[in-house]
Design a protein around this ligand. Structure first.
Ligand code: ZN
Ligand code: FE
Length: 243
């Protein structure tokens, strides 16, 4: 059993993730901002979409739900706490559940802060996690509906996963995050080396996502914050950072 994941860049900087579980042939879409490019990619691959999983209610994560469901009859799973804002949900989860994707199984993690009901999906056996807008390459989500303490707890939860866990986040924010990260941790050599690589990749027009838990533990100033207060300071500084 294995999970193949395909990146679909949409809008200005969103990534929709299309995944196929090999044993069952089930196909999952994570956070479809829009429908058309997702349906087109699935058709190109010959993949029949069976499920959508949403991490949170923001339109750039659920905007394609209705159209993909109408086209495929797929089942949509997302956060119970945000069900009123995601009227297309079939299955509500709040964290702690194990949910099936073909022969694979993900644990739902409750990671509030960016939104109050934000969840993530962790496939422990496959060492894959879909984190929506909670963790980014060298960054974390803005605190729209939660506190720095909640985000600090989320960072601790994610940092405890195995280093080689592949992290699928929902935006290409890496270069901007990295510019701030260099200010937060000017002496972090792993960070400087990563940023040189990221700058080169962006010059070539390449995506810098997915990332890994190990790389984030070494270079992400939010995951590396020692306390919730330090995370709060860094989040506030990044919010007004012009880099
Ligand atoms: Zn969001
Ligand atoms: Fe987003």
């Amino acid at each position: 059993m294995s999970i193949e994941v395909v990146r679909i860049p949409v809008l200005s900087d969103n990534y929709v993730w299309l995944a196929r579980e090999s044993e069952s042939g089930e196909v999952l879409v994570v956070d479809p901002a829009v429908a058309a490019p997702v349906l087109a990619k699935a058709e190109e691959l010959g993949w029949a979409i069976t499920q959508i999983w949403n991490t949170h209610w923001h339109p750039d994560h659920v905007g394609g739900n209705a159209e993909i469901k109408a086209a495929t009859g797929c089942t949509i799973t997302g956060p119970a706490a945000e069900a009123e804002r995601i009227p297309t949900l079939d299955v509500q989860v709040k964290g702690g559940e194990r949910i099936a994707f073909g022969a694979a199984e993900a644990l739902v993690l409750d990671v509030p802060a960016h939104t109050a009901g934000h969840i993530a999906f962790h496939f422990a056996d496959e060492q894959i996690i879909f984190v929506g807008d909670t963790l980014f390459a060298m960054g974390c989500g803005r605190l729209f509906e939660g506190t720095a303490t909640q985000m600090f707890d989320n960072m601790q939860t994610l940092a405890a996963l195995p280093d080689n866990t592949t992290v699928y986040c929902a935006h290409e924010y890496t270069q901007s995050n990295g510019r701030y990260a260099l200010v937060a941790e000017p002496e972090n050599e792993a960070l400087a080396a990563r940023m040189a690589e990221v700058d080169a990749m962006r010059l070539r027009g390449e995506a810098t996502v997915p990332t890994t838990i190990g790389l984030e533990r070494a270079t992400n100033p939010f995951m590396r914050a020692a306390t919730a207060d330090q995370l709060a300071e860094r989040r506030a500084a990044k919010d007004s950072f012009k880099g």
